[in-house]
Design a protein around this ligand. Sequence first.
Ligand SMILES: *Cc1c(COP(=O)(O)O)cnc(C)c1O
Length: 359
Amino acid sequence: MSRFFSEKYKALAPYVPGEQPKDMRYIKLNTNESPFAPPKSVVKAVKEQAGKCNLYSDPTCSALVEKASQVFNVKKTQILPTNGSDEVLNFAFMAFCDKNTPAVFADITYGFYSVFAELNGVPYKTIPLKEDFTIDYREYCGVNATVFIANPNAPTGIALSKAEIEEILRSNPNNVVVIDEAYVDFGGESCVDLINKYDNLLVTQTFSKSRSLAGARLGFGFACESLIADLNAIKYSTNPYNVNRMTMEAGRIALCEQAYFDKKCQEICQTRAYTTAELRRLGFTVLSSKTNFLFVKSPKISGQELYERLKAKGVLVRHFNGERIKEFNRVTIGTKKQMDIFLSCVEEIVKEKQNEKSE
Ligand SMILES: *Cc1c(COP(=O)(O)O)cnc(C)c1O
């Protein structure tokens, strides 16, 4: 840290992204990306736009918003495209939280929420997940704070029902409720259509997981017109060109390829069911997931050690050090072939562990 760094950021503990090591070729099951390349039409669109990079992108993202309004069946004024959904989440902390309006979220959830709160000087409270890692929606009713819920939650993979979200919305009429639907396409129930019913609802989605565009950085906020206007005030005060022209067109064309992505999501869900069954057969505890990852632990090996031994065999998974979750690893669902390699490594490791014990 330099001696010039602002006092207000000195205590900041930045978000730590999943590792991207370059020392060898790993099977990457650690950052919840799609294992599938985007469709060719998307690649072509990116190439076409690259030649026009001397010109700024459209700050209103009109072509993308037009397409999104058809696909999601909402008004154009109810959509805000952002540089990944992380950006709209940060905007929400800036726009809807302050000293008098703290943020509230689960103790075990997306790590960026506490980082955004700290960055923006927003006080926050965490609500512990229940023993079985589910969220009790009643604990978010009437909280007098801006609510952030990843639904389905990460890294647990467990989802709340739409009816439960509605209870939270109804009981907090004077606070914004942010529903982060990063993983909704893998089996969750979307709340996007509720933005016409609740003026305190902001739903965020991303192209990073189900739409194979993590490297392009594109997300959406969906909300009533006035919430979107607030978020636009923040956007035009930070970076009006927050979505670059390649990404904007990639996103628009991706929205034209719904059938491709539906098929890929189905495939992920099938592979998820297969991987869940195999891991349980090997004695693992596997939380039942509505996402493109599994949260798993073994009674035979610690979370840290399994992570390390998998890495030594060329398979990367994500391990977190939090007290309640340190025995777990989060495993992204890749292709069937990748999961078979992962599973055979796991089986080997469990056997090695047993042999070491009996020696
Ligand atoms: C991946 C993820 C995001 C955001 O991803 P972007 O790549 O910034 O769109 C948001 N919330 C959760 C829970 C995520 O897992």
